[in-house]
Design a protein around this ligand. Structure first.
Ligand SMILES: Cc1cc2nc3c(=O)[nH]c(=O)nc-3n(C[C@H](O)[C@H](O)[C@H](O)COP(=O)(O)OP(=O)(O)OC[C@H]3O[C@@H](n4cnc5c(N)ncnc54)[C@H](O)[C@@H]3O)c2cc1C
Ligand SMILES: O=C(O)CCC(=O)C(=O)O
Length: 357
């Protein structure tokens, strides 16, 4: 569209009902869209995504709420994001929607082969999860290779049902959802007032973010309904997370690897590592292999940006780069993104009333 025509079009967009496009339908995009409609009921929100559940990275995740640390984000901010997410999902797990949303409490152990560092011994999230305490000698007898451990109760999302639950909530709030690959944020400027970028690893190409890199993860989903407790090796590589329908066994963390093809040798290695922690898993059945690319970054990109081209301005809120912890912090970052959308609306309303004078 000609720049002059788009300027005119932008001016005629109704600022009483700002049009917001959220790019991405993973846990971050859907929860951000939901927070926007909750905080700005007059907004008209549309989700645009080239893939929806079941074809997102978010579908591959174990969905456990155990934060990963973003070195470039202050710890108190990360704790706030985690706390808001935990509080939100705890209430959901305690409601009559818990089974549909696939959200439940799960108890278990994080174990260490060597004495942990002080940060590992008392992680920043220890007073957010429930009942965090050192494991007793009797509990540690289950893990003869490990010297130290922590017991606690946290939450887990069964990821595909949780994403569908979010989609259902969005539809009930009048949010439109369209399959569309966005090649350039500017292609949306004549239709929307504000763009919210929740494209996960897709942001590498969409906004050319070279600080955003994939960390490939392979996991197995197995049928082992007798496994009730989670087990996480403190090195973060080997984990067992029982869910409602399957147990997730992990994992791998392969930096800058883009392949989505499962690797059979890795499958065998993951299975053996998990069986050495929980020998009853030798009896597990129906092994399904999944691969996802964690959108990893030094810090989550959660900020406002105003793009400018030929005198036209396009407000953008970025919310991507959640790496290995998207489920753990999604609600907290979605709330902050919605607050930033509110700031964009206030700025647009200010400039449209100035233009009328
Ligand atoms: C094996 C594995 C296990 C994990 N386990 C956990 C866990 O237990 N707990 C936890 O907290 N985290 C976990 N994670 C991390 C978690 O999966 C991610 O942090 C989270 O899914 C990121 O969500 P997202 O919405 O940003 O990305 P995605 O789920 O990848 O969603 C991005 C969306 O953007 C869309 N998109 C991208 N580019 C474009 C474009 N140009 N135009 C239109 N649409 C576009 C995609 O189609 C997709 O819908 C795990 C990750 C992996 C790989
Ligand atoms: O690290 C964990 O324990 C949870 C799984 C996860 O977040 C991951 O594999 O990225």
């Amino acid at each position: 569209m000609h720049v002059g025509a788009s300027l005119l079009r932008l001016c005629t967009l109704d600022m009483a009902a700002p049009k917001v496009a959220v790019i991405g339908a993973g846990v971050v995009g859907l929860s951000t869209a939901l927070c926007i409609v909750e905080t700005c009921p007059s907004c008209s929100v549309t989700v645009l995504s080239d893939q929806f559940s079941p074809n997102t990275t978010s579908n591959v995740a174990a969905g456990i709420l155990i934060p990963h640390t973003y070195p470039g984000t202050p710890i108190h901010v990360q704790k706030q994001w985690f706390k808001e997410t935990f509080t939100y999902l705890f209430a959901l797990s305690n409601s009559n929607e818990a089974s549909e949303a696939g959200v439940h409490l799960v108890s278990g152990w994080q174990i260490f082969k060597n004495t942990p560092t002080p940060k590992e011994e008392l992680p920043f999230w220890s007073d957010v999860v429930l009942g965090f305490r050192p494991m007793s000698e009797a509990e540690l007898q289950k893990f003869p290779q490990h010297q130290f451990g922590q017991a606690f109760t946290t939450l887990k999302c069964e990821c595909p049902p949780y994403l569908l639950w979010l989609e259902k909530r969005l539809k009930a709030n009048g949010v439109q959802m369209y399959t569309r690959k966005v090649a350039d944020l500017w292609e949306l400027h004549s239709e929307y007032n504000i763009i919210v970028n929740c494209s996960g690893i897709g942001a590498h190409q969409l906004v050319g973010d070279e600080k955003l890199l994939p960390v490939r993860g392979q996991v197995l989903k197995v049928h082992a309904p007798w496994v009730k407790n989670f087990i996480r090796d403190g090195d973060g590589l080997t984990y067992i997370y029982p869910g409602i329908y399957s147990v997730t066994l992990g994992g791998t963390r392969e930096k800058e690897k883009w392949s989505l093809s499962p690797d059979p040798d890795t499958t065998k290695d993951i299975f053996e590592r998990c069986c050495s922690l929980e020998p009853s898993l030798w009896g597990a059945q129906d092994i399904e292999v999944k691969v996802g690319l964690r959108p990893s970054r030094w810090c989550v990109r959660l900020e406002r940006q105003v793009l400018s081209r030929g005198g036209v301005k396009l407000p953008v809120v970025h919310n991507y780069g959640h790496g290995a912890g998207g489920f753990s912090v999604h609600r907290g970052t979605a709330k902050e993104a919605a607050r930033l959308v509110g700031e964009c609306i206030a700025a647009l309303q200010g400039s449209s009333s100035r233009a009328k004078l």
